[in-house]
Design a protein around this ligand. Structure first.
Ligand code: DAH
Length: 335
């Protein structure tokens, strides 16, 4: 009987898994286990044998239970240790470096130009992207059936609203709100219903400028445009002035710059022409002044519409406009 106890204890200590351990427990202590059987058989014993058999069974049961519990908690500790090992975190490892963001190149150039014009007494105005037909077209001398409306493929919205096709709409708001004399610029996002390619986006950025005063001349216009271009490119750029038609200016001009990407040889950005239209401008059409309640007999002015997106492309030799709104970090991290 001592053998029975010894072998049970030995098997408990040797159990390699909880399953092995459980098997021993069932075999020895279980309802049909050996010890249970021994207790049941006690009735068949002679009374004098019963006491010592009972004592043995109790001692054996206790010893086996203690050994079983001991072995089981060993298994539990091992399992816990294993889990903790897997979850271990080294709190002393240095954190990965913080990567600072940067301003989008369009924002950078916009802020530079804002600073420049502020230093020359211009206000920086903002206007809505969802505009009325009046501010985007009519007040700029582009009546409903005017062919110039076709030059700007428009996203029309319900209720006669539209997505502004140019920042010139902010000229009108500036004249309405501030009146003459006026020096303002208005940077902002504009929208055209165009198919997208290397040089066209449906969404891009312009910067509108307007100065209204007494005796403003083409000379003033050229002075401000030269100051602007010198500040932006910080080097000599070749420019040319062509007559250009815009209903809101008279005379109107196209100020082109020699393509800085191909140097004039021809590339997709300049549409193989060697020149990039950058700065349409002109003297404000008297009718436009009148439509905003300004007397053209007393006041006149110039206006220009700078393509901010194009400007950024020229400055950094970006050959595809689609990069600018791609959100691609490989692109953005360069600025
Ligand atoms: N609003 C014109 C456009 O998008 C650009 C423009 C031309 C603005 C001549 C002006 C200007 O202020 O005088 O296409």
């Amino acid at each position: 009987m001592q053998d029975l106890l010894d072998s049970a204890l030995a098997r408990i200590h040797a159990a390699a898994t909880t399953e092995d351990l459980e098997a021993v427990r069932v075999e020895v202590l279980g309802r049909k286990g050996v010890l249970t059987q021994l207790s049941k058989d006690m009735g068949k014993l002679a009374p004098e044998e019963r006491a010592s058999r009972g004592k043995f069974i109790n001692t054996a049961k206790q010893a086996i239970e203690t050994a079983y519990e001991g072995r089981r908690s060993e298994f539990e500790r091992a399992a816990l240790a294993q889990r903790l090992d897997a979850e271990w975190v080294d709190l002393t490892v240095p954190a990965p470096g913080v990567r600072p963001g940067s301003l989008h190149p369009i924002t950078q150039i916009q802020w530079e130009i804002e600073d420049l014009f502020r230093s020359m007494g211009f206000s920086v105005l903002d206007g809505p992207e969802v505009e009325t037909e009046f501010h985007n077209f009519d007040a700029l001398n582009i009546p409903p059936d005017h062919p110039a409306r076709d030059m700007q493929d428009t996203f029309w919205l319900e209720g006669g609203y539209l997505l502004r096709t140019h920042t010139s709409s902010v000229q009108v708001r500036g004249m309405e709100k501030l009146g003459p004399p006026l020096r303002m610029i208005a940077p902002g996002r504009v929208f055209r219903n165009e198919s997208v390619d290397a040089s066209h986006e449906h969404t891009f950025y312009q910067l509108e400028g307007m100065m209204i005063d007494r005796n403003v001349s083409v000379g003033n216009l050229i002075y401000f445009m030269k100051t602007l271009l010198t500040a932006i490119f910080k080097r000599d750029v070749t420019v040319r002035l062509r007559p250009g038609f815009f209903p809101f200016v008279e005379p109107g001009f196209e100020l082109d710059i020699r393509c800085l990407i191909c140097g004039g040889a021809g590339c997709p950005v300049c549409k193989q022409s060697g020149w990039v239209e950058l700065l349409p401008c002109g003297l404000v059409n008297p009718h436009v002044l009148r439509l905003s309640g300004i007397d053209p007999a007393e006041w006149n002015g110039f206006a220009f519409g700078l393509g901010l997106t194009r400007l950024v492309m020229m400055r950094y030799a970006i050959d595809d406009i689609r990069w600018l709104q791609s959100g691609d970090l490989r692109f953005l991290r360069q600025f």
